[in-house]
Design a protein around this ligand. Structure first.
Ligand code: AMP
Ligand code: MG
Length: 403
């Protein structure tokens, strides 16, 4: 049986970033940049004041209190009417251009203004409260590169640089299929022997959260034709994502349905708990995942395999979740040979992060997923003692650069 790392490597070797498109800046949040952005501007474009106060020559302020003649005012959005001479001050406001001849700003709080003059109660050095031209960005500076995740700061920076449109990768379209005769659709009260369809909705949400676009293929009955018909409906998608029917039961028909439809299956069964029967293949150039049916198994295998693949397809350079090391706040047992991905909550105290199981680790216990901050990675046949070290995969993105 494959390890999680082997399975993920196999999956990632078969997905590459989708084509690019140019979108309005306001539509670029959460997308992966597909171009190198080089600054064509000096930011700020000219030296300006970082305080409300007076533009002065620092050399005029060495003896305090100094008394300078106020010869003008410059506000943000206006230009100084003339250059500053020795012995003079110009009233200046935050963001206003520094007048020629001035080399410092003295904050208003350190002054007293009287009849056309200002008295300085402190001295300032050259450059004080002045934001120099190009302090943030110079023309030619490389600002963002391909694969950058566009968050609020990146969007703001692109606006600063005048990019009303940006080149990004297309978002992956992901068709989601639930399978099982027992499933009752949301909006219908489950009848005798039926259970609510959960996976369509949790997977739908995970797809959106990963930066992709979900398409709902509904529920297929446990019949080959039913599964194949709905898979065809997903023909326009980049990824097909089914859940359930991949185990070894008589009605576990997803793999057969896929191979009969012409899919090539690259892997089935990974040594992990929950989620062992996960299946991955290709169908007509699309990636196909057959996730296990239990709601937690579906979510966990999505996290570990589908999400990185979607992030790769979406063009992101950083595709993995953040991991951290924590102390076990109570023993964490993983009986059985398969590696455990156990739901934990995290708590922080003076000694750092601590991890605690969310409770029953059954693969159908969705409430333990609700309480979880992440998954503790525990080797097979291992009990981490109280205080022992555990690695936790957070349900949060890795924001820093991957090396
Ligand atoms: P299976 O692999 O088809 O045997 O499914 C494993 C378990 O997951 C069974 O208990 C199913 O009833 C359950 N299950 C399958 N699909 C869903 C779904 N969409 N929502 C909730 N539970 C499901
Ligand atoms: Mg089933």
């Amino acid at each position: 049986m494959l390890t999680v790392e082997e399975a993920l490597a196999e999956i990632l070797s078969r997905v590459k970033p989708l084509p690019t498109e140019r979108v309005p800046l306001m539509a670029a949040l959460g997308r992966a940049l597909a171009e190198t952005v080089v600054s064509q501007r000096e930011i700020p474009p000219w030296a300006n004041s970082s305080m409300d106060g007076y533009a002065v020559r620092a050399s005029d302020t060495t003896r305090t209190p100094a008394r300078l003649a106020v010869v003008g005012t410059v506000t943000a959005g206006s230009l100084p009417s003339r250059a500053l001479e020795a012995g003079e001050a110009i009233r200046i406001f935050t963001g206003a251009p520094l007048p020629a001849g001035a080399d410092a700003v003295i904050p208003q709080e350190d002054t007293n203004a009287t009849d056309g003059h200002v008295t300085l109660n402190a001295s300032v050095s050259v450059g004080a409260y002045v934001r120099p031209r190009g302090e943030d960005l110079r023309v030619g500076d490389a600002v963002l590169g391909p694969g950058a995740a566009l968050g609020p700061a990146e969007i703001g920076l692109l606006a600063t640089l005048g990019h009303s449109q940006v080149l990004v990768h297309r978002r992956p379209r992901v068709a989601i299929l639930s399978t099982g005769n027992e499933l009752a659709e949301l909006g219908r009260e489950p009848g005798p022997g039926q259970i609510p369809n959960t996976n369509t909705y949790s997977l739908f949400a995970q797809v959106v959260e990963a930066g992709a676009e979900p398409v709902n293929l509904g529920i297929a009955a446990d019949r080959l034709e039913s599964i194949q018909e709905r898979l065809r409906w997903g023909g326009g998608a980049d990824v097909l994502l089914s859940s359930a029917g991949v185990s070894v039961g008589d009605l576990d028909l997803v793999k057969t349905a896929l191979t009969q439809a012409g899919a090539e299956l690259h892997l089935w069964q990974v040594s992990m708990r929950p989620g062992k029967p996960i299946t991955f293949g290709s169908l007509g150039g699309r990636a196909v995942f057959g996730l296990p049916g239990n709601p937690v198994s579906a979510m966990v295998t999505f996290e570990l395999f589908v999400r990185p693949a979607l992030r790769r397809l979406a063009g992101f350079a950083a595709i993995h979740r953040l991991r951290l090391r924590a102390r076990a706040l109570a023993p964490i047992a993983n009986p059985g040979v398969r590696r455990g991905y156990l739901r934990v909550t995290l708590e922080r105290d003076t000694r750092g992060w601590g991890a605690r199981l969310t409770g029953d680790q059954g693969s159908a216990i969705l409430t333990s997923m609700v309480r979880a901050d992440g998954l503790a990675v525990i080797p097979g046949d291992t009990t981490i003692p109280l205080g022992g070290d555990v690695e936790v995969i957070l349900f949060r993105d890795l924001a820093i650069k991957e090396v």
